[in-house]
Write a protein that binds this ligand. Structure first.
Ligand SMILES: C[S@@+](CC[C@H](N)C(=O)[O-])C[C@H]1O[C@@H](n2cnc3c(N)ncnc32)[C@H](O)[C@@H]1O
Length: 272
């Protein structure tokens, strides 16, 4: 069974998104009526080291992530700290994994991974291969975090037969990845956490998502799972409209009482 089979079975519980403006009106009506609770969590971006607990019942994952708060204010350095959306998305995967998703056969590619939380959680949840990508300028921190995560996994002595691969490498949106390993194996899951913080990044990001999702030659749809903090209605609408040009977009339900400041989507390319 492909990851697409797994997710599309659940799509009946998702909301099919057909229009950016409608989507933003719906999301923001909940956003404005909710308490501030969703904003208060979950990461402290001022710390150089942060312990994150991802709740997923027995699948609880704890990771210590290094951040570089000092350079976050500089242009293009948003990946030097963790963003709340990565916690929300990681919790989603942990919950689904607890309720039966078996990730062990799947190959995950993350775009704009930053400090790498989501990809590393997927590694800890057993994904067979996880490739975390970002720009060169945040790669040093990402690689350090991956190395630490691998050491923890080794320390826990994974059982024989459950060997997995995780690595980080550069992938700049809009270009083909220079590292041939990025697309060397068919991608099952494309992960994108909080990569839209300005309208200008939308075209290249969506193009890159479409490039990855059309990279499989066997016809199996690649599922992109996107987590996005709601910062600006106009920017979010631009993102959704750009996605709708190429993708069938489904909003994953979140607990509105806690996560009303975030939108999660599962999407795959529209049939030509
Ligand atoms: C707000 S951060 C999110 C980081 C991480 N996904 C998270 O949720 O914590 C946005 C990420 O997108 C990356 N990014 C921005 N423009 C990019 C580009 N043109 N190519 C590759 N990555 C890019 C940044 O380096 C940064 O890591």
């Amino acid at each position: 069974m492909s990851f697409f089979d797994v997710v599309s079975r659940e799509a009946a519980d998702y909301t099919l998104v057909t229009d950016g403006l409608e989507e933003v009106c719906e999301l923001y009506s909940v956003y404005y009526s909710s308490s501030s609770q969703g904003r208060l969590k979950r990461v402290d971006q001022t710390l150089s080291e942060i312990e994150v607990e991802i709740q997923g019942g027995q699948r609880e994952v704890t990771l210590t992530i290094m951040q570089n708060p000092n350079i976050n204010g500089e242009l293009g350095q948003t990946g030097a700290v963790l963003w709340n959306s990565s916690v929300v998305l990681s919790e989603y995967f942990a919950r689904r994994s607890l309720s039966g998703w078996d990730l062990t056969r799947f190959n995950v590619l993350e775009l704009g991974a930053g400090c790498g939380l989501v990809g590393m959680v997927l590694h800890r949840l057993g994904a067979r291969r996880v490739v975390l990508t970002d720009q060169q300028r945040v790669m040093k921190l990402l690689l350090k975090n991956i190395e630490r995560c691998q050491n923890v996994v080794k320390g826990k002595q994974r059982s024989k037969g459950s060997e997995t691969t995780v690595f980080g490498t550069e992938y700049v949106w809009g270009r083909m990845p220079e590292d041939q390993r990025v697309l060397a194996e068919p991608v099952d899951v494309l992960v994108v956490s909080d990569c839209v913080y300005h309208e200008d990044v939308v075209p290249l990001l969506v193009k890159t998502m479409a490039d990855v999702c059309s990279s499989r030659e066997d016809g199996v749809p690649v599922v992109a799972v996107v987590g996005q903090e709601l910062r600006s209605d106009l920017v979010h609408q631009a993102f959704v409209d750009a996605l709708l040009d190429r993708f069938q977009v489904h909003r994953i339900p979140v607990d509105a009482a806690v996560d009303s400041y975030y939108a999660l989507y599962a999407l795959w390319l529209k049939q030509p």
